[in-house]
Structure formats: structure tokens, C-alpha cells
Design a protein around this ligand. Structure first.
Ligand SMILES: Nc1ncnc2c1ncn2[C@@H]1O[C@H](COP(=O)(O)OP(=O)(O)OP(=O)(O)O)[C@@H](O)[C@H]1O
Length: 937
């Protein structure tokens, strides 16, 4: 960095002089440049193409809620559309309007207001976004050679300084860097940087006094605003060449640090002055030796403030008054420009005077209106937005900057260099004085300051790091102690676990032992239980045996006492009677069977007679056939003779007559033959049917009579058997019932007696001694009862066997007779066929005579029909079958004449002494079985 002059020799008058000189010289640069414009001013008219009118670009930036608003608990009333619409909307809540006061200034304000501007940015827009969208473009215009101005306007604390400068702590950009650092960065990052020469100045207006923020103070009070050729300039303001971004940032930082700030209630670092950072650009014209001159004013205005609200008193109140005054003038200027007034009061304040060219002049101007969103700031916000809306209508005629000759810049640099060398030489001659180049000094000073800042920063960092370290160490210590504590806990827990495991093992061992003991005890218990159970069973069996014995004795006693007389005897008598009746019925049946047999024999004899007659007829027929065969022989001889006669006749002359007779005779013979055969067939059929019908009619009548008697006898027998069975069953049932009653009573008695068994034992002992003679009696009675039982069993078995045999016999009779009748019928039929067939054969052999069957002639041959035939009813009572008695197993078993095989045994059994011993189950079962067999049959 180098400067036009070195204002370093502060302590010498020479330096002061020099400073003044250089200052003038510096001011002369602008003047020179302006002066240099003069030759070009003639050209400017020719550059009418570069002139164009445009409105000031008005941008609103609304900050977020500040600490002040939060403290006051003020609601937000400003909203910014998120879709990029350049509109600010103010919505005042009704309750706020109702309790409106002067502070909020909502009195008489409508609830909703809208302001349309060029661009609007809300709290969410960061510095980068804001610069890129709002300020970058104007930088480009500046680089093109236009004079440009960006100034921030708004109430105190609305974010003007934040927008324009941001944080300027380092040599590089940060996210918080504002418009000025970013502009500088952009200018130095430009590709055409080589052909660009940049200078800067930084001035503030504090209480309407100008102050050079980059100066060492030697030019204090010398800065004066003057206008030359319609260009506003500041006399004695130092301009510094800036070679790179870092240098520019250091200059900016120096100026910011020098700027007057103070803490108010509304802003802890409130700017109490208006500041203008100006960048001068000399850009070489492409393919030329001249440089285009332009300057950019970056203005951070002091904020308008409510003295009461800001709590400004004394100096601050004076500052506020000055600020507000200058801002009021700015407002009036804007109004005048908007109203296109003939007079614009630029000169009424230094601010408006310095911004004269930017407001309604030849500059491209951007006005940033900073506002706060809360209700407490509403009045200022509305005021700001009103100004901004008006400023939007200010028209500027942007003009490209003048050209400066390259030689002039070179001469300026050489001159500056020469003056510096003289200053150095003069300074070196002085004693006790450190003489050094102002640039170097400044550079060193800046470097030193930067280093100091860095050291401070590092110190602060170190302190914070040390603090962090301390806290970390404390945390580590805490963690260590916690870890130690946890380790101890873990160790104790592990020990507990080990102890627990040991105890668990011990417990398991105890459990195993306990199990073993339990098993042993259980086994012993089971064993004892078995023993007890066995003893109980034994006891029970002994007791039950005793009880049974007692029961048997009692029952036998009862049976012997009562049953013999009152129960069994009458029943047995009845059974006897029944059986006798059955036997009588069986005898009747046998008798009827004999009758049937005799009937059958009679039928057989009749059949034999019939057969004899048939045989005799057969003989007669055979004779007739023989006669017919004689006739046939005669006929044959006659025929022969006739044939001979015919041959002779044929040999004669009249053959025609003979042949006709012969044909006629032949035909008649054929007819005769047919007729004869037909008549013979009819005769034979009629004869056979007649005889067979007679035979069947005769035997059917006979058999139906026998069948009826047989059926009646069978039914009677069955009903008798049924009745007998029922009476026996009833008797047995009653016996059973009696016995079961006695048994159940005894059992219940025994059961009840079981409880008093112990007490009864004693009495039993005494009873046993008393019961001995009774027992002997009972044993004798038991023996007799056993005998009775045996007899009864044998009797029942006999009855059962007898009934079974009877039923078998009946079955055999029925079954065999059915078979025999069938066979017999077949035999008769075959015999009849035998009788009739030879006749038919012979008759068929006969030549044509009618033959009447003869009724005589008996055959001497023996016929099966000569045997006796028995007719018995089959299972189907409607059918009648012929049976051969010879094939009857009954007959073969009992011989001829047929005699019932059941008669004798039945009689024997019925007649024999039938003493039914009472063996309840077996006898009942046998009766049931007999009943089943009978029913089945
Ligand atoms: N858009 C913003 N985003 C973040 N912080 C902001 C914003 N605007 C302002 N601030 C913060 O608000 C405080 C006040 O801002 P600033 O000093 O820029 O206000 P000002 O308008 O310059 O006030 P004054 O006129 O009193 O100087 C600062 O701490 C600043 O960092």
C-alpha cells in the first residue's frame, strides 16, 4: 500500500506541512481528475449514448427479531413473501391497535399496509445472498466505469452497518461480511485487475463535522466539501492506493475502528455518524492509453432514533438530534426530487451535500432500506418504508466516468514518490527521530496491529481453550472417578456373582440331596403303601370271603328254608307242567306227522295206482302203435302194390291221367299226414294236461289239509315254548331280584358295618363261638343246596338240550322234508316224462292214423313212487314240496315207521324227577339261548 503523502512525521512542523501539502495534493487528484474531465467534458456531449435515466433501485432488508424486541415482547408485524414478490406487508393485530399508544405509533393506522419496492429480503437472507442479488450487479456497473452509490438507510439497530460492513475482522471474507468487503473482493478478483488502479477514502459525518477515518488526524478540521464543475469533493481528504484485497480490508478496518460508536438502549454498538467509504477506480480503456475514472460511494448512515426509546441523553441526545436532522434533510431532498421541485435542499446537511450526485445526479444508486419486523419498531419501519417508496421515484441519469490520461497517473505516482523521498531525506536529517517511509510505516503499523489483533485473538482463543481444557480435565476427572466407582461396583458385582454362583451350586447340591432323599422316601412310602395295600387287600379278601360265606350261608339257609316250599317247588311244578305240555304237544306233533306220513303213503299208493294206470295206458298205446305199425306195413305193401300198379299203368298209354291221379293222391296224403300229426299232438297234450291237473288237484287238497294241521301244531308248540320260557324267565328274574335285594342289603349292612368293624370284631368273636353249631347246620344245608343246584343245573341243561334237540329235529324235519319234497316232485316229473316220451316218439314215427291212449296195462317195473312220501310244511307255508322219505336223516336215524326222535327223551326228561337246582345265571343263559334258537328257527 502506498499513499499520496506520508503524514507520519507527526511531531515535526515539517511533517505537518508536508501532510498538508500532500493532503492538498491528494485532493488535487480528484480535482485534477475532475479538471482532467474538462477536456473530456467536450467529449461528454458526444457521449450522449452513455447517458440514460433510471430510477433509484430501492431494496428493503428486514432483519430478524432483535434482543430489544424480545425483551419488550413485541410481536412481529412485518411479513415478507417467501416467493420473492418485492412487497412488504404490515399487519397490525387488532388488539395492538386497540391499545395503541404513541410508542408503537399505531394510532390511526390502518390494520394492513403493503409496500411495493424493487427487491425485498427477509430475515432468512444471509449476507452472501443479499450481496449477490442486491449489490453485485452495481459492482459490475462500477467496473464498467459508472459512478455508483449504495447507501443504507433506516432506524437505529435496523442492520445498516451489518448490511454495509458486517464483520471485518480478518483479511478474508466471512459469512458475516457485508457489502463493502464483498465489493472489494469482487473488484480485486476481476480478471482485468492488472489494468485497474484502485484507491479508497473513508470519511464520517459526525455532528455535521467531517472526519477522515484513514488519516492520522493531521487533517482534522481541514476537510471541506466543495463543488467543482458540479462534482462534490472533500478538500484534504486522503485517498490511499490499495493494491490488493487484504490492503483494502485493513484500510476499511482502520476506518471502522475509528468511527464513532456508542452503546444505546437500542443498539450496543450504535453508529453515531454517517460514513462514506469511497472506492476510486481507474480502469485502462481497452486498446488505449487512457484510464476510465469512476467512484463508488458505500454509505452507512447513522440510524434515525427515538431519543426516549433509545434512552439517549446528553451527548447521545445531541448526536441523535444531529442524525435526525440530517436524515430529515435527506427526506426533504428525496421529497423534492420526487416532486421534481425546482430547488432541492442538498446544502442543508453535509450528508445530502455529499450524496447530491447520488440522489438525482449522474450516479447509479441503490438505496437499502433496513427495517425491523416488530411492533415496537413499527413507526420507524413505516417511516423508512415511506421514504423508500418515495426514493423509488427518484430518477438518476447514470453517466459513465471521464477518461484520464495514463501519463497523468504516472506523473501522479512519480510526484508522490518524489515527495516521499524528500520527506524521507528531510526527516533523516533530524535527530532523535525515526525516519521511515509512511507506506512502510503504515504497513508495519497495520501489520503490527494485525499481529496484535491476532495475538489478542490467539490469547482469547488460548484462554477459551484453556477454559475448555480445564472443563475437559474436570470432566475427565469426573469420568475417572465415575469409572473408578463403576469399576468398584463391577468388582463388587462380580464378587456377588461369584458368591451367588457358589450359593447356587450349593443350593443345587442341596436340591440334589433333597431329591435323592425324596426319591428314597417316596420309594419307601410306595413300598409301605404296597404293603398296607396288600394287607388291606388281604384283609378285604378275608373279610369278603367271610362275608360271602356268611352270605352264602344266609342265602342257602334262606333257600333251604323258604325256596323249597314256597318259591322253587311251585315254580318247578309249573315248569314241569309246561314241559309236560310241551312233550304232549310234541307227541301230538309226532302223531300229526305220522298222520301226514300215512296220508303221504296213501297219496303214494294213489300215485302208484295212477302210475300203474299210466303204465297200462302206455301198454295200450304201445299196442295201438304196434297195430298202427301193422297197418303201416299193410299200407306199405298196398303202397307197393299200388306203385307196381302205377308203374304198369304208367307203362300203359294213358300216362297223363295217371300222373294227375298220382299228384292228387300225393297231395291228399300229405294233408292227411299233417292233419293226423296235428290231432295226435293235441290229443297227447290234452291227455297229459288232464292227468297232471287231476294229479295236482288231488295232492294239493291233501297237502293243504296236512299243512294246516301242521302249522297249527307248530304255532301251538311255539307259543307254549314261549310261555314256558317267559314263566321261567320271570321266575329266575324274581329269584334274581330277591337275591340281589338280599345281597345289596347285605352289602350295605357290611359297608355300614365296616366302620364299626373294630367294635364288631369283638362281638364277632363272641358270635363266632355262638355260630359254630349254626355253621355246622349251615354247612349241611349248603351241601344239600349244592346238590339241589347240581340237580337244577342238570335239569336245566336237560331241558335246554331237549329244547335244542327238539328245535333241531323240527328244523331237520322242515328242512329235510322240503328237500325231499323237491326231489320227489322232480322224480315224479321225470317219471311222467318217461311215461309220455316213448309214446310221443312212437306216435311221431307213425305214418298218420289217429291213436287213442289206452287206460289199461300196468307196468311190472318197480318205481320210485312206490316209496312212501311225506308231506310237511316248508318254511314258506304256501308252498308244498314232495320229499323222499328214504332220504330223510330223521328216518334213517330212528328207523321206519317214522317215530319222533324227541318223544322218548322228552318223555324221559319230562317224566323223570326234574329237580331244578337254582343256578341262576347258567339256567337263565340256557333259557335265553334256547329262546334265541327257537326264535331264529
Ligand atoms: N440481517 C441481520 N442478520 C443478523 N444480524 C443483524 C442483522 N441486521 C442487524 N443485525 C445485528 O443487529 C445489531 C444492530 O445492527 P447494526 O449495528 O447494523 O444496526 P444499525 O442500523 O447500523 O444501527 P445504528 O444506526 O444504531 O448504527 C448488530 O449486532 C447486528 O449484527
Amino acid at each position: 500500500m502506498y499513499r499520496n503523502r506520508a503524514p507520519i512525521a507527526r511531531k515535526t512542523n515539517e511533517t505537518s506541512d508536508m501532510s498538508r501539502r500532500t493532503s492538498t495534493s491528494s485532493t488535487n487528484f480528484s480535482q485534477t481528475s475532475v479538471n482532467q474531465q474538462r477536456p473530456h467534458s467536450a467529449r461528454r456531449s458526444s457521449l450522449t449514448d452513455d447517458l440514460f435515466t433510471e430510477s433509484i433501485n430501492v431494496i428493503v432488508r428486514c432483519r430478524g427479531r432483535g434482543h430489544c424486541a424480545n425483551e419488550e415482547g413485541s410481536p412481529n408485524v412485518v411479513s415478507v413473501p417467501s416467493d420473492g414478490t418485492p412487497q412488504v406487508k404490515i399487519v397490525i393485530p387488532e388488539e395492538a391497535r386497540l391499545c395503541a399508544n404513541d410508542r408503537t405509533g399505531t394510532n390511526g393506522i390502518e390494520s394492513t399496509r403493503k409496500y411495493n419496492l424493487d427487491q425485498v429480503y427477509g430475515p432468512s437472507s444471509d449476507q452472501t445472498t443479499f450481496f449477490q442479488n442486491a449489490a453485485e450487479n452495481i459492482c459490475d456497473e462500477f467496473l464498467k466505469g459508472y459512478n455508483c452509490t449504495i447507501f443504507a438507510y433506516g432506524q437505529t439497530g435496523a442492520g445498516k452497518t451489518y448490511t454495509m460492513c458486517g464483520k471485518v475482522n480478518s483479511d478474508s471474507l466471512t459469512p458475516e461480511s457485508g457489502v463493502i468487503p464483498r465489493c472489494l473482493k469482487k473488484l480485486f478478483d476481476n480478471e482485468l485487475n492488472k489494468d485497474v488502479v484502485l484507491k479508497c477514502s473513508f470519511v464520517e459525518i459526525y455532528n455535521e463535522v467531517l472526519k477522515d477515518l484513514l488519516s492520522d488526524g493531521t487533517n482534522d478540521g481541514k476537510l471541506k466539501i466543495y463543488e467543482e464543475n458540479k462534482i462534490i469533493k472533500i478538500k484534504s481528504l486522503e485517498e490511499f492506493y490499495i493494491r490488493d484485497f487484504k490492503e483494502a480490508m485493513r484500510m476499511l478496518k482502520i476506518g471502522i475502528d475509528k468511527r464513532k460508536t456508542a452503546s444505546t438502549r437500542m443498539n450496543k454498538l450504535s453508529s453515531r455518524s454517517h460514513s462514506i467509504f469511497t472506492i476510486y477506480l481507474m480502469k485502462k480503456v481497452p486498446n488505449g492509453s487512457e484510464y476510465r475514472f469512476a467512484k463508488m460511494n458505500l454509505v452507512d448512515l447513522a440510524g434515525s432514533e427515538n431519543v426516549n426509546r433509545a434512552g439517549s441523553i446528553n451527548q447521545r441526545a445531541k448526536e441523535a438530534g444531529s442524525i435526525n436532522q440530517s436524515l430529515l434533510t435527506l427526506g426533504r431532498v428525496i421529497n423534492c426530487l420526487v416532486d421534481d421541485a425546482s430547488f432541492v435542499p442538498y446544502r442543508e446537511s453535509k450528508l445530502t451535500r455529499l450524496l447530491q450526485d447520488s440522489l438525482g445526479g449522474r450516479t447509479k444508486t441503490v438505496l437499502v432500506a433496513n427495517i425491523a419486523p416488530t411492533l415496537v419498531d413499527l413507526q420507524s419501519t413505516i417511516s423508512t418504508l415511506e421514504y423508500a417508496s418515495k426514493a423509488k421515484n427518484i430518477k438518476n441519469t447514470a453517466q459513465i466516468g471521464p477518461l484520464v490520461a495514463e501519463d497523468y497517473i504516472m506523473n501522479d505516482l512519480i510526484e508522490a514518490n518524489r515527495r516521499l523521498k524528500l520527506d524521507l531525506l528531510a526527516t533523516r536529517k533530524r535527530e532523535n527521530c525515526i525516519i521511515m517511509d509512511d507506506g512502510n510505516y503504515n504497513e508495519m503499523h497495520l501489520t503490527h496491529k494485525a499481529l496484535k489483533d491476532e495475538v489478542e485473538e490467539l490469547r482469547g482463543l488460548k484462554v477459551s481453550l484453556l477454559n475448555q481444557m480445564d472443563s475437559q480435565m474436570k470432566k475427565i476427572d469426573l469420568h475417572k472417578s465415575e469409572k473408578k466407582f463403576l469399576n468398584e461396583n463391577i468388582r463388587s458385582l462380580e464378587q456377588k456373582v461369584i458368591n451367588f454362583e457358589n450359593k447356587f451350586r450349593e443350593q443345587r447340591r442341596h436340591e440334589e440331596e433333597l431329591k435323592m432323599t425324596c426319591t428314597q422316601l417316596y420309594d419307601k412310602f410306595v413300598e409301605n403303601l404296597n404293603v398296607i395295600y396288600q394287607s388291606q387287600i388281604n384283609t378285604r379278601s378275608v373279610l369278603s370271603d367271610q362275608i360271602l360265606k356268611s352270605l352264602v350261608n344266609i342265602s342257602s339257609k334262606l333257600a333251604s328254608i323258604k325256596a323249597d316250599d314256597s318259591i322253587i317247588s311251585p315254580t318247578f311244578e309249573e315248569i314241569k307242567e309246561d314241559l309236560n305240555r310241551i312233550c304232549a304237544k310234541v307227541d301230538n306233533l309226532i302223531k300229526s306227522e305220522e298222520n301226514i306220513s300215512s296220508n303221504l303213503n296213501q297219496s303214494c299208493s294213489k300215485m302208484k295206482d295212477l302210475n300203474t294206470k299210466l303204465i297200462s295206458n302206455k301198454d295200450t298205446l304201445l299196442n295201438s302203435i304196434n297195430n298202427l305199425s301193422g297197418v303201416a306195413e299193410t299200407q306199405a305193401s298196398l303202397n307197393k302194390k299200388f306203385h307196381m300198379f302205377l308203374e304198369e299203368f304208367m307203362n300203359s298209354e294213358d300216362t297223363h291221367f295217371l300222373s294227375s291221379i298220382h299228384k292228387e293222391a300225393k297231395g291228399k296224403m300229405t294233408e292227411y299226414k299233417k292233419e293226423f300229426n296235428q290231432k295226435m299232438d293235441n290229443l297227447m297234450n290234452e291227455s297229459i294236461e288232464h292227468h297232471y291237473g287231476l294229479f295236482l288237484k288231488h295232492y294239493k287238497g291233501k297237502l293243504s289239509v296236512d299243512e294246516k294241521s301242521w302249522n297249527a301244531a307248530t304255532e301251538e308248540l311255539i307259543s307254549k315254548s314261549k310261555r314256558t320260557k317267559e314263566s321261567i324267565t320271570e321266575m329266575v328274574g324274581s329269584q334274581q331280584e330277591n337275591l340281589s335285594n338280599i345281597a345289596s342289603q347285605s352289602i350295605s349292612n357290611i359297608k355300614s358295618g365296616q366302620k364299626d368293624m373294630l367294635s364288631l370284631k369283638e362281638s364277632l368273636c363272641s358270635i363266632s363261638s355262638m355260630a359254630r353249631p349254626l355253621i355246622s347246620q349251615l354247612s349241611s344245608a349248603e351241601r344239600s343246596q349244592n346238590e339241589n343246584n347240581k340237580q337244577m343245573n342238570s335239569a336245566v341243561n336237560g331241558v335246554r338240550e331237549h329244547v335244542g334237540k327238539l328245535e333241531c329235529a323240527v328244523n331237520e324235519v322242515v328242512g329235510n322234508d322240503n328237500v325231499n319234497l323237491e326231489a320227489r316232485r322232480e322224480e315224479v316229473w321225470t317219471q311222467m316224462k318217461e311215461i309220455t316220451e316213448p309214446e310221443n316218439v312212437n306216435i311221431l314215427k307213425s305214418s298218420g292214423n289217429v291213436i287213442q291212449p289206452s287206460s289199461s296195462s300196468a307196468s311190472t317195473k318197480s318205481s320210485p313212487l312206490r316209496s312212501t312220501i311225506r308231506l310237511i310244511p316248508s318254511t314258506s307255508r304256501n308252498s308244498v314240496e314232495l320229499r323222499s322219505p328214504a332220504r330223510s336223516p330223521m328216518r334213517s336215524r330212528y328207523g321206519s315207521p317214522p317215530k319222533s326222535p324227541y318223544k322218548s327223551p322228552s318223555r324221559r326228561q319230562g317224566g323223570d324227577n326234574l329237580s331244578f337246582g337254582l343256578k341262576r345265571e347258567s339256567s337263565g343263559e340256557s333259557f335265553r339261548e334256547a329262546k334265541r334258537t327257537h326264535t331264529h328257527n
